[in-house]
Design a protein around this ligand. Structure first.
Ligand code: GAL
Length: 428
């Protein structure tokens, strides 16, 4: 987990990223396995909508850089890997790994390292000249005992509020500036409710955990939030009780069909004006852009306000699994995702910012520029819902406890007790 308050800044361009000639070639493929000798099965959960568009942009660069390697798409649908991670684990345990798979930097990656399911890729860092191109503290999230285990493709921010400008202004909310505090934001939700609007959209459990973590960051501030994972701040504290109360209040403001939805549906409710706000990671910006919505005119985006300015951190990375059937194909894929061209094309389409610090970000849109600045300047808190702060099993426990609470199976005290017990079982 990232415990430092800051990670390295992403400096301005130092290298032109190169142009991307349009190219056909061996992209595409369908779900899992297959592929000839010279192929690579890439396992992700970027299966639909704007996430698939992000993957497609990366594959286009891959086809250009490695026309001889066939891309086999092993994507499994379900935001945040909600279905993919279980399936991946079954495959890894059955000795049937994909050639490379998506994993979050931080605690989630540590699970795969500890289980000896992925290989040391330090040599590839040398071969591809990557030693100095990623923020040092990000590389720490990929490292165990001096060995580096994956190559990062992007950095996302998890604690962003997305709002429909028209719905907000119709309800008398001034969209020129973001609410100044979490309580101001809650007051806006009340106003929206009174105006007969769905104040906040949310979807299935993992998106509820995403909302919870954003409230924890906002209400506790970075030091206390980060302390939740190393035992220096208590899940049983009165501050966490307050967070859970606010979470509960916010959940009461959400769409009732939430449990059957995934994040694109919840974000779409805001895009379509059927809900005012959605708290979601900044992959959501790609959905607004795909719908040709303009920041400011059509939608607003701001950090869930709180004690201080915080960047809710997560990063995707790609691995070389033990026993990968096509290690040469996997290396080709890793080379593309590490390359300035790959990072540029992918992140422009995905809504994230490049993990490389030497990519020219001038082309990135207005929202992305705010993420770049925040990542450079604000306190960093590792995401729970996206594997940066917690192992897969700890996250599974938090997800189960959250679902029990939001479906009414437990009360707030029971929820807090469950979260406290989980921390005791899982803290290092
Ligand atoms: C995260 C992942 C992002 C995005 C999001 C929604 O876990 O890191 O890249 O895919 O889930 O599915």
């Amino acid at each position: 987990m990232i415990t430092r308050r800051r990670m390295f800044a992403i400096p301005a361009a130092v290298a032109a990223a190169g142009s991307l000639a349009a190219c056909g070639g061996g992209s595409g493929g369908s779900g899992g396995g297959g592929g000839g000798d010279n192929s690579v099965e890439v396992f992700t959960w970027w299966a639909q909508g704007s996430e698939k568009a992000g993957l497609d942009a990366l594959v286009e660069v891959f086809d250009e850089q490695h026309p001889d390697v066939e891309f086999v798409n092993g994507a499994v649908a379900g935001g945040a890997g909600s279905a993919a991670k279980d399936m991946l684990q079954s495959r890894l345990q059955a000795g049937d790994p994909p050639d490379t798979f998506q994993a979050h930097a931080g605690a989630e990656l540590t699970d795969y390292i500890d289980a000896a399911q992925i290989q040391d890729v330090s040599d590839l860092f040398d071969e591809f000249g990557l030693r100095d191109v990623f923020p040092e503290t990000l590389v720490e999230q990929l490292t165990a005992d001096g060995a580096i285990y994956s190559i990062p493709s992007n950095i996302h921010r998890s604690n962003v509020v997305w709002g429909n400008s028209k719905v907000l202004s119709d309800a008398g909310i001034d969209t020129a500036s973001a609410p100044g505090s979490l309580d101001d934001f809650l007051a806006q939700l009340e106003e929206l409710k009174s105006a007969g609007v769905t104040p906040l959209s949310v979807a299935t459990t993992w998106t509820q955990v995403n909302l919870l973590e954003a409230i924890l960051m906002a209400e506790l501030g970075a030091d206390s939030y980060n302390g939740l994972f190393d035992g220096s701040f208590g899940w049983d504290s009165s501050e966490v009780t307050t967070v859970l109360e606010k979470f509960s209040t916010m959940m009461e403001m959400t769409n009732t069909d939430r449990d059957g939805l995934d994040w694109p549906d919840a974000t779409q409710q805001v895009i379509d004006g059927n809900a005012a706000y959605n708290v979601m990671g900044d992959w959501a910006v790609a959905a607004f852009e795909q719908a040709e919505k303009k920041l400011g005119d059509d939608y607003v985006a701001f950090e869930l306000p709180g004690k201080e300015k915080i960047f809710g951190f997560l990063a995707d990375s790609f691995t070389l699994p033990e026993g990968a059937p096509h290690p040469e194909g996997a290396k080709a894929w890793l080379e593309t995702i590490a390359s300035p061209e790959g990072q540029l094309a992918f992140n422009l389409a995905k809504g994230s910012i490049p993990a490389r610090t030497d990519v020219d970000t001038a082309e990135f849109g207005e929202y992305a520029q705010t993420a770049i600045t925040s990542f450079a300047e604000d306190a960093i808190c590792s995401s729970i819902a996206h594997g940066a702060a917690t192992s897969v099993s700890w996250l599974n426990g938090i997800s189960d406890a959250t679902s029990q609470f939001t479906t009414g199976a437990t009360d707030l005290a029971g929820y807090q007790q469950a979260l406290t017990d989980l921390a005791e079982q899982n803290q290092a």
